[in-house]
Design a protein around this ligand. Structure first.
Ligand code: NAD
Length: 490
């Protein structure tokens, strides 16, 4: 049993109320942890610690080298603790260990190393005005950030927020998702070991309504970086209005994978499968709609069905497992409900759609394929957030673009074609923040990450994170005696 406390001002502490909540192992739904259940008073305590660390502590006042060194130490400690962190993430979230160790944890360490280097790029510009002025801009940290994370890849996502936030001199309070608290505690332990000053990084566990909402409403918090559902993002913006917060919103998606008949179909098949079934399909950038050109539809679907039926689903601790259990029984019910909806709308269940044989415990859901989906069906429009692929035929480029753009989301898109010009035409026409041509989602941390439409507000990564976590200030210096209007002198 894990006993998880908050991390406030450099110390591990219980909730002031002493309340706890339970976290479950999604493979068994057995309780594996007692987690401090944070309320407004715990949030207040953490924000005050972060505020003091920002207003009078050393962190925002350190130079780039000093802060960068400490962040690199965090990265090294993540690597050192990777087996233990992976084990916790697999227990708590059910993502297959091969994907946690091979993807999420190295990326978490890389996030800290990458933004450690970015500390040197906190530079401004100068604006000479002849001999009369020299004006310049500089970037200052914003203050205290509230970082609110979802339960999918929680460890990686907490580092994706904390690394730039801290690198640019801010302090923060992380509120992890209530269904996946364990590895936020690992990050707190790593940061404590790295010896960051107290109050710079704080974690308060708890539920959205009782811990997340007070963090958003707190007048001591300047910026909210949120990743989660679109509807939650809307509520957060409403709740933060009274204290006029700055936001980054990384929200839901229903991203298309578009395969044209001239594509390298073997690679397109690999890419389309990985892009929706990896991370148990619980990924914001999942290519959850597969648009296939009519001439290749039947053959491609045949191969797809064979491959999907062979995806190894089971114990996420087994290195050979490709799909593990869904996060929670409520989420399982949601997916099962979508199967009835899809059938009711005329979608053809071409595999999966329920509990796989032989996996009676836990939240296992077989990798699922729904073919002959028509634009406008709910399974085509709504984010299911699981190992479910909706397949839609299209005639030509114009129709593919129309279908791809016909949803409220606009996070990612994947285009497969050997026609270079068409690949780029389609990429430019897609209403999404990010597109990959002839590739699954291979991240380059220098490029802007984020969504358009209802998939988000703002971009993060590299210098794009300056917009969120720094205040751009202009300083104007008069070099000589420029004319000043003499009001009141007649
Ligand atoms: P969620 O919106 O239910 O919860 C996310 C976080 O918000 C949790 O920590 C939760 O406790 C908190 N929360 C809930 N209500 C709140 C409130 N009123 N005030 C403050 N905080 C509140 O999302 P989820 O189910 O945990 O995660 C899945 C969603 O996240 C999917 O929609 C997915 O697409 C999205 N996501 C997006 C990205 C991206 O980069 N765009 C990345 C990962 C996940």
């Amino acid at each position: 049993m894990h006993k998880v406390q908050h991390f406030i001002n450099g110390e591990f502490v219980d909730s002031l109320s002493n309340k706890t909540f339970e976290t479950l192992n999604p493979s068994t739904n057995k309780v594996i942890g007692a987690i401090a259940d944070g309320q407004a008073e715990d949030i207040d305590r953490a924000v005050k610690a972060a505020r003091a660390a920002f207003d009078s502590g050393p962190w925002p006042r350190m130079n780039a080298e000093q802060r960068g060194k400490l962040l690199r130490r965090v990265a090294d400690l993540i690597v050192k603790a990777s087996d233990e962190v992976a084990d916790r993430e697999v227990q708590d979230v059910g993502i297959p260990v091969s994907q946690v160790k091979g993807g999420a944890i190295p990326r978490a360490a890389y996030n800290f190393n990458y933004f450690a280097d970015m500390t040197y790029r906190l530079v401004g510009e100068s604006y000479p005005v002849g001999d009369s002025f020299l004006n310049y801009s500089l970037r200052k940290p914003v203050g205290v950030a509230g970082l609110i994370t979802p339960w999918n890849t929680p460890f990686m996502l907490s580092t994706w927020k904390a690394a730039p936030c801290l690198a640019f001199g801010n302090t923060c309070v992380l509120k992890p998702a209530e269904w996946s608290p364990l590895t936020a505690d690992s990050l707190a332990r790593i940061i404590a070991e790295a010896d960051l000053p107290p109050g710079v990084f704080n974690v308060v566990h708890g539920f959205g309504e009782t811990a997340g909402a007070p963090l958003v409403a707190h007048s001591g918090v300047n910026v909210i970086s949120f990743t989660g559902e679109t509807t939650t993002g809307q509520e957060i913006i409403r709740n933060g209005a009274a204290t006029l917060k700055r936001y980054s919103m990384e929200l839901g998606g229903k991203s298309p994978t578009i395969v044209f008949d001239d594509a390298d179909l073997d690679r397109a098949l690999d890419g389309a499968i990985f892009q929706v079934y990896s991370l148990n399909g619980e990924r914001c950038t999942a290519g959850s709609r597969l648009l296939l050109q009519e001439g290749i539809y039947a053959d491609f679907v045949g191969k797809l069905a064979e491959r999907v039926a062979s995806i190894k689903t089971g114990d996420p601790h087994d290195p050979a497992t490709e799909v593990g259990p869904l996060i929670h029984p409520d989420h399982w019910d949601k997916l099962r409900g979508y199967m009835d909806i899809a059938r009711g709308e005329g979608g053809d269940g071409a595999g999966g759609g329920d509990r796989p044989d032989g996996l009676e415990q836990g939240n296992f859901f077989a990798p699922t394929l729904i073919t002959d989906v028509k634009p406008g069906m709910r399974i085509e429009q709504e984010e299911v957030f699981g190992p479910v692929l909706a397949v839609i035929p299209f005639k030509d480029e114009a129709e593919a673009i129309r279908i791809a753009n016909g949803v409220k989301y606009g996070l990612a898109g994947y285009v497969w074609t050997r026609d270079g010009a068409r690949g780029q035409r389609v990429a430019h026409a897609l209403e999404s923040g990010m597109v990959w041509i002839n590739s699954h989602n291979v991240r380059d941390l220098r490029t802007p990450f984020g969504g358009s439409k209802q998939s988000g507000i703002g971009r993060e990564g590299d210098h794009y994170s300056f917009e969120l976590y720094t205040e751009l200030k202009a300083v104007h210096i008069a070099l000589g005696e420029h004319p000043i209007p003499k009001m009141g002198k007649g």
